[in-house]
Design a protein around this ligand. Structure first.
Ligand SMILES: *Cc1c(COP(=O)(O)O)cnc(C)c1O
Length: 461
């Protein structure tokens, strides 16, 4: 295998090489993401208003457009040491299988019990809640990765953890639910009768199996109506991208050590946190004019917020209680098809990534779930790791780019984020293996229904 005498299969950093600061890419953006708006007055959210929902330190991070580097508290670094630094892997076996001259690297974030990168932000958010003297946090979870990560972080810090889990997942995915309960979290299927908004949704849509947007509304209500609780969110927000910058910073340090410079950087995009985190230090260089890279966001064809959505202010949740965010969105009323198993089902996208995409600094493409699982299987068979369906969107795009290199003979360096493992997604793998997996692509008319749920925000903002 080429290069093997120069570059190891796995590049591990030493503990002392781990990042000590997060990097805030917004600081280097000339045109910043639009501010969060109050969903009633349409005025920019103040720190005081946000402080009713989120922890104070996280509000500060959310609103910070200017500080490039933010210290990682020692307690968080100590927790990171249990499962980081994460390896950067040279996919020698995949390269050989594809017969490509391209050099493929992936940053593997699945080496922790929650099985994904989400723990990187969960521990930070739980830490700031604890530091503020709060009793606990509330959140929503879809398939359960975020809830699992948060329950691990809360267990470590002794915080109460309340998770509203989308009902269909609660019923169909008992394993993650039980991991959460093992780590001490209280898990409630959403919509539930424990909140006003849940009761209202149940009244309007009896028998609904829930959605992420709806679970968010319940979790927010549960936080703001109880003393000593705040709401935490596992993706989409700028603060989450900030915490996830640890992925990109470690990757950059590892690559710099071996003089590797990626040409193309690829990540799957649900709410945008892993992709935002992976690309941020590289995007920073691009924004400052120091280097150039191609960035590719990969999303499911069944939930195509960047490739087919509108760039507009939208609600982050179905209950319309969260601040409005300007983002590429399908409308908070958009409900992705039930036969879509591959995750990444959120209707919107991080405002930071949305703005970078709108400025033409990042590309986006969508892929169908059957081809994603095909790529996942090929990858698993040669690289050994059983990838999460979400991560496999990035695998698919990386493989496509590597095959293009084979056709053109270009020796490009491709980096992608392998965000997690797929052990809890074997029902979807079963469908794929049985040949019963279907692809669903919403029609323009179906998307139009979602767009009609967009709020009418006055033009002047
Ligand atoms: C949640 C999740 C994603 C998508 O979330 P982003 O915020 O877009 O990163 C991707 N991969 C895995 C394994 C996840 O758990």
């Amino acid at each position: 295998m080429k290069d093997q005498n120069k570059i190891p299969y796995k590049i591990y950093l030493e503990e002392k090489e781990m990042p000590k600061q997060y990097y805030n890419v917004k600081a280097d953006m000339k045109k910043k993401p639009a501010p969060l708006l109050n969903p009633v007055s349409f005025k920019p959210m103040t720190a005081e208003e946000l402080g009713k929902v989120f922890c104070d330190e996280l509000v500060k991070q959310e609103l910070d457009d200017t500080t490039a580097y933010i210290d990682i508290p020692q307690e968080i670094i100590d927790f990171y040491k249990m499962y980081r630094p994460a390896p950067l892997v040279r996919a020698y076996c995949l390269e050989e299988k594809l017969g490509t001259p391209a050099k493929i690297y992936y940053k593997f974030e699945g080496n922790n019990t929650s099985g994904s990168h989400k723990l990187n932000s969960a521990i930070a958010q739980a830490y700031y809640a604890k530091k503020q003297g709060l009793k606990g946090v509330t959140t929503e979870t879809g398939a359960g990765q975020w809830g699992t990560a948060l329950s691990m972080a809360c267990a470590y810090l002794g915080l109460d953890c309340n998770v509203y889990m989308v009902k269909v997942s609660y019923e169909q995915k008992p394993f993650r639910r039980e991991v959460m309960r093992t780590y001490g979290a209280k898990v409630t299927p959403s919509p539930s009768t424990t909140t006003q908004v849940g009761r209202k949704i149940l009244e309007q849509h009896p028998g609904t199996t829930g959605s992420l947007g709806c679970a968010i509304s319940e979790a927010v209500e549960a936080a703001v109506t109880r003393d000593g609780y705040r709401y935490v969110l596992g993706s989409v927000l700028s603060q989450v991208l900030l915490h996830q910058s640890i992925i990109g910073l470690e990757t950059k340090t590892a690559m710099d050590k071996y003089g590797i410079k990626p040409d193309i950087i690829i990540g799957c995009a649900g709410g945008g946190s892993n992709l935002g985190g992976l690309i941020s230090p590289f995007m920073g260089e691009k924004l400052r004019g120091e280097a150039d890279y191609r960035f590719i966001a990969v999303e499911p064809a069944s939930c195509p917020s960047l490739t087919r959505g509108k760039y507009a202010y939208d609600y982050c949740d179905t209950g319309m209680v969260c601040p409005l965010q300007k983002m590429y969105t399908l409308g908070s009323g958009f409900i992705p098809s039930a036969n879509h198993a591959g995750g990444l089902r959120y209707h919107g996208m991080s405002s930071v990534l949305s703005e970078l995409y709108d400025q033409g600094l990042m590309e986006a493409r969508s892929v169908g779930q059957t081809e994603v699982f095909k790529a996942a299987e090929e990858f698993a068979r040669v690289e050994g790791i059983l990838p999460a369906p979400e991560s496999s969107h990035a695998i698919k795009a990386a493989m496509d780019e590597a095959i293009k290199c084979k056709e053109t003979g270009e020796e490009k360096t491709i980096l992608f984020g392998l965000t997690g493992t797929g052990y809890f997604d074997l029902k979807a793998y079963e469908n794929y293996n049985n040949g019963t997996m279907t692809d669903y692509v919403p029609t323009d008319m179906e998307l139009q229904e979602g767009f009609e749920s967009l709020p009418k925000v006055p033009e002047c903002i």
